[in-house]
Design a protein around this ligand. Structure first.
Ligand code: MG
Length: 337
């Protein structure tokens, strides 16, 4: 099996501002595996706060030798070996995992949701993300998001109430907020959540820093809204630390090292009575389509990543009337444009 990879820069339609960063582009690495005349596609999306770069992904992927595996269906062994090459590099590992799943699904002739036995009509609606911005831009973005039934609003700077009040001037759609670790004081966080609960907010994601699990557990016990973990819950082993801290987790392929571990994370969260959101970074329709295969297992979806970029390389899973919609194509169900 041949593994190819090349750097790619995702150009964002709007500057994307979070509690701790702002950017207009996201570095990515595209991966292809080829054998038997079949090409499987994968992608690593690497927002800067996660620490991976095109240089680290190139160095990591150069060490992945798929030629030594006579049977590519032994994906658990292969992915275990890839994981052991070096710690971290989660997005680069995800790119290999996605490309292998795409290849295997194409080889079998089915999309992964079918291989997993999932009902494609059970995909959730997706949120559309509104970054931290001025009142004028927020109003415009909410109007642009007319087809989406639920909004995800980024909070955690000094204008949190203004952001929500601006949105409430133009729409009464349900809102989920993502604080991206922006509130450092638990009493302040509780007062904010109590206020948000009166403004049609459904969920609060990662309200406090990941190194404050005790404060987050205190907050969760008092919060009128469910608290989801994102930055605190990277891989499968992190779920154990989330018991009593979060009501649900946001599973993302770029954190989990790909589809295989994401599936296990969802099953584990379910067994622990936790809710599941399937999320994404800014990504092309390659990685979004891979995540969409898992989405019938999720309670909530935040899979708008390909809608936020202007230079998508793939067509695949799309959003129809606000709902994640699978293509039925084999593998991850994406086609290179
Ligand atoms: Mg988040």
């Amino acid at each position: 099996m041949r593994l190819r990879f090349y750097p790619f820069t995702l150009e964002l339609k709007h500057a994307f501002t979070l509690a701790t960063s702002s950017r207009t582009a996201t570095a990515a690495m595209m991966v292809e595996v080829e054998e038997d005349g079949i090409t499987g596609y994968g992608e690593a999306s690497m927002p800067p706060y996660l620490g991976e770069t095109q240089a680290t992904a190139t160095a990591f992927l150069a060490k992945v030798d798929l030629a030594k595996y006579p049977d590519l269906f032994r994906i658990e062994d292969i992915l275990g070996d890839v994981d052991s090459i070096a710690p971290g590099n989660n997005a680069a590992k995800a790119a290999v995992d996605i490309a292998l799943h795409d290849w295997l699904g194409k080889k079998m002739g089915y999309p992964w949701y079918r291989i997993w036995g999932l009902d494609p009509s059970k995909t959730p609606v997706t949120t559309f993300t509104i970054g931290i911005d001025t009142k004028e831009v927020v109003r415009r973005k909410v109007n642009e998001a007319a087809i989406y039934k639920v909004l995800k609003v980024k909070l955690g700077r000094e204008n949190d109430k203004e952001m929500i009040e601006t949105i409430r001037e133009v729409t009464d759609k349900p809102v989920r907020v993502d604080v991206n670790q922006g509130w450092k004081d638990r009493e302040f966080a509780l007062r904010m959540i109590e206020w948000l609960a009166t403004r049609g907010v459904e969920i609060v994601e990662q309200p406090m820093p990941k190194d404050q699990p005790d404060d987050t557990a205190w907050l969760r016990a008092k919060s009128p809204l469910p608290i989801f973990g994102d930055e605190s819950v990277v891989r499968l082993a992190d779920i154990r630390k989330s018991i009593g801290v979060f009501d649900g987790i946001n599973v993302k392929l770029m954190k989990s090292t790909g589809m295989s571990e994401a599936y296990k994370m969802i099953a584990t969260a379910r067994a622990l009575g936790m809710k599941v959101m399937i999320g994404c970074m800014t990504e092309t329709s390659c990685a979004i389509s891979a995540a969409a295969q898992l989405s019938p297992l999720a309670d909530y979806a935040d899979l708008d990543g390909a809608l936020l970029i202007r230079n998508d390389l793939f067509s695949g899973a799309s959003i129809v009337d606000g709902k994640v919609t699978l293509t039925g194509g084999p593998g991850i169900g994406a086609r290179k444009l």
